[in-house]
Design a protein around this ligand. Structure first.
Ligand code: FMN
Length: 376
């Protein structure tokens, strides 16, 4: 399928369309896994590996998926599911679906002007998007009602932290997510093997990359610090400068979840960075129930990691997640078909979730609880 056919194929997709492509003779991806295959065919190997890959032996990357395969749904019947409502209110915002685009750096490896492209897709798909910046601000400045959360790995001192928070609020960010598991550049074997140049994250991968000597390679050991000095005090700094909700991303220990809330976090994202930081870290879905118990309803708990299907989302919601984030799934849409691909992936996940809810006998999210899942 060439680019024009792909765009034509996707132009016709609207909210009520089926879960497969309608054009005669042209088969489009019918699920997120197939979007990954389509993106893989188009992307440079270095870009594909950067996105698909995890850290070291990829134990956590695989565990994120395997965790979903251990939980099974216990559906209810005879409950009248002629309509199914997936909407939630989160931090004062009404959302049609509890599925949020996660922050992902290096989108330029996949598509030109990718932050803006994803932000436009989020607007059309009516989903919240989380971003390090560079796209959503433009959509907001254009007067469009995009709900975006800015994402940061932190700043070194109070002054720069507070300057950042004010700037993001001025740029229309409705929340700030703070990634707390990115103290150092992690050790990613695929990138090391590919002699990946981290400069490509800004510029994209040049055609002759495999023959080039990387100018910005990943360095071994702890030589590439990001924000290793972050402590809970950082939340105080931000809180001194902004009223937007502060959401801590990258929590896996129940004790840290409790501390986050005690230190003023308005929300928590259970996450292991998609298996990209500490290899061997627990799968997000496995960490979720204890964290939900530890937080005890004092703040919404969100999760990400390994979500590829609507039924995955239902399992996470049943274990107590208020909403989920997806990282790679929209990137596969972006790599395969640009903005239309991101929209399609987000729509598809929403449609799968709705259908899973209906087939599990749930007319809405309020009735979803742990009785709906069993871990085998
Ligand atoms: C290519 C890529 C880049 C990412 N960059 C960031 C980042 O800059 N900040 C961050 O907090 N998380 C980042 N993540 C992690 C995601 O926000 C999210 O936690 C993870 O992708 C969820 O797992 P999933 O990809 O299986 O959905 C990145 C993930 C990927 C795949």
């Amino acid at each position: 399928m060439n680019r024009r056919q792909a765009l034509g194929l996707f132009a016709g997709f609207v909210a009520g369309s089926p879960l497969w492509a309608q054009d005669e003779g042209v088969l489009g991806p019918v699920n997120v896994h197939e979007f990954e295959e389509a993106a893989k065919r188009k992307l440079h190997k270095l870009a594909y590996d950067f996105i698909a890959g995890g850290v070291e032996d990829e134990l956590t990357l695989r565990a994120n998926r395997q965790a979903f395969e251990r939980y099974f749904l216990v559906p209810r019947v005879m409950t009248d599911v002629s309509t199914v409502d997936t909407s939630i209110e989160l931090f004062g915002v009404q959302m049609e679906t509890p599925i949020i685009i996660a922050p992902t750096g290096g989108k330029s490896l996949v598509f030109p002007d990718a932050e803006l492209t994803v932000a436009k897709a989020a607007l059309n798909a009516k989903v919240v998007c989380t971003s390090g910046g560079g796209g959503p601000e433009k959509v907001i400045a254009d007067g469009q009602p995009l709900v975006w959360w800015s994402n940061t790995i932190g700043q070194k001192d109070r002054e720069s932290a507070q300057g950042y928070a004010r700037r993001m609020e001025d740029n229309g960010a409705r929340a700030i997510t703070i990634t707390v598991d990115n103290q150092y550049q992690s050790n990613r074997d695929r990138n090391n093997r590919n002699r990946f140049d981290y400069g490509y994250m800004r510029e994209g991968v040049p055609g002759d990359a495999e023959r080039r000597k990387p100018v910005n390679p990943a360095l071994p050991a702890m030589w590439q610090p990001h924000t290793p000095n972050l402590t809970w005090q950082y939340l105080d700094w931000l809180r001194g400068a902004t009223k937007v909700p502060l959401i801590v991303k990258g929590i896996l220990a129940p004790e840290d979840a409790r501390l986050a809330v005690e230190n003023g976090a308005d929300g928590i994202i259970v996450s292991n960075h998609g298996g990209r930081q500490l290899d061997g870290a627990i799968a997000s879905l496995d960490a979720l129930p204890d964290i939900v118990d530890a937080v005890g309803g004092k703040a919404p708990v969100l999760m990400d990691g390994g979500i590829r299907r609507g039924s995955d989302i239902l399992k996470a919601l049943a274990l107590g997640a208020r909403a989920v984030l997806v990282g790679r799934a929209p990137l596969w849409g972006l790599g395969a078909f640009g903005q239309a691909g991101v929209e399609r992936v987000m729509w598809m996940l929403g449609a799968e979730l709705k259908l899973s809810l209906a087939l599990a006998g749930q007319p809405g999210l309020r009735t979803v609880n742990r009785s709906l899942v069993r871990r085998l």
